[in-house]
Design a binder for this molecule. Sequence first.
Ligand SMILES: Cc1cc2nc3c(=O)[nH]c(=O)nc-3n(C[C@H](O)[C@H](O)[C@H](O)COP(=O)(O)O)c2cc1C
Length: 324
Amino acid sequence: MRIVLAPMEGVVDHLMRDMLTRIGGFDLCITEFVRVVDQLLPNRVFTRICPELKQGGVTPAGVPVRVQLLGQEPEWLAENAVRAVQLGSPGVDLNFGCPAKAVNKSRGGAVLLKETETLYQIIKAVRDAVPSQFPVTAKIRLGFDDTSLTLDNARAIYEAGASELTVHARTKSDGYRPPAYWPWIEKIRQTIPLNVVANGEIWTPEDAALCLEQSGSTDLMLGRGALASPGLARDIKQHFANGTHQKMPWPQVLELLLQYSDYEIAGDKGLYYSNRIKQWFSYLKLQYVEAEVLFQQLRLQQKAADLVATLRGALDHISDLSEH
Ligand SMILES: Cc1cc2nc3c(=O)[nH]c(=O)nc-3n(C[C@H](O)[C@H](O)[C@H](O)COP(=O)(O)O)c2cc1C
């Protein structure tokens, strides 16, 4: 089984990838998307989104990080894909799932799921341009408004030469509303002889087991679930190896939060820290009641130093309790 860390724009940056891949369980990461319009982007755009390119295209724990592109022009996507692999990306992923209005309006992301021929042209152009030893992968939703083109799109992606397909098992109209329709992934697998990575709504090892059963896939991609439960990928692999797992205890999550704070403040000069740590809490609250309680204290704080002091205080409080 392979587990892939999902691309999440504005949430999973290189610091988060570093932390989550150190915990273990992940085999591959996909970056936030690089938006391609009508030019060859400068190298710094790639290395800003994927600083790991400067370290051989892997996280410090050694997990490969693949650059994702989003766009609608086959030739420009192909040129930028070649640049990404020249810079050290282990392959290229193409985004056909982004639901953002601004992106869809300019014919990028999920809106292309209405244009089977364009999907084909994009993947063919990128595949033809990128040396064959590098995988060219695609990530789709089941459709834009409905599933009428799901199988046609999957066929086009396969026939254009994609190496692998990740399916977020919902339409764009479904947004992020549960459920994810994992049995649709099985239908896709029955239609094309391509490895399909199953994605959507996996929060626990039990969800992972059900998803694998209903989709027939062997590989999973985790997004929000990996932020809600930072040890999820490792837990899923443990669960499958010996039938048991133990969710990461809250004090350990607090230590991670403090480590992330050090990284973020040093790495990005604290610019995004307050927003990012609060955004992370919005996911942690889904799996840890302790996060809900602590968030009430953090909610109104803005300064990095105050936020860190609150996190540190929470950890010290737990240590004091365990000593008495
Ligand atoms: C905040 C956020 C940002 C995302 N950014 C991207 C992105 O840049 N590229 C992409 O292909 N998918 C993106 N996604 C979709 C996720 O990769 C994933 O397909 C989706 O969250 C479903 O998986 P999950 O239920 O495990 O979270 C994003 C999702 C969220 C919530």
